[in-house]
Ligand binder design. Structure first.
Ligand SMILES: [Zn+2]
Length: 117
């Protein structure tokens, strides 16, 4: 089990014209931050992405279609963006394995040094 997904940090309506339908009040800007999850841990990365979607024509506007004005607005929002700080959380199974590893290690040392013989 190895998965990564993005969670939404911020959504904002922006007043730019949609490059597809020219509507000027339907663009929604979304910032997302990446989260990776494995069987042993869950980690928040510092990778963020921004997406723009037009709610009028229901199309995602890819960066290649962004105008200079859209880009400026995105940069402006990006500067004000508060991301979650990078962190890793171990899951109980990881702690369990570590505890097990330590017990095995201690047992090996005790046998090797002749405490149990
Ligand atoms: Zn549109």
């Amino acid at each position: 089990m190895n998965s990564s997904r993005f969670f939404t940090l911020k959504e904002a309506r922006i007043g730019n014209n949609c490059p597809e339908c020219y509507s000027n009040d339907s663009l929604e800007l979304t910032f997302k931050q990446k989260l990776t999850e494995t069987r042993f841990y869950k980690a928040i990365t510092d990778e963020t992405i921004s997406e723009i979607r037009c709610l009028n024509c229901d199309v995602q506007i890819f960066p290649i279609r962004w105008t200079d004005e859209i880009e400026q607005v995105v940069n402006y929002h990006k500067r004000a963006l508060k991301t979650k700080s990078k962190s890793t959380k171990l899951k109980p199974i990881a702690w369990g394995l570590m505890a097990f590893g330590i017990i095995v290690l201690v047992a090996i040392i005790l046998f090797a040094t002749g405490v149990f013989s």
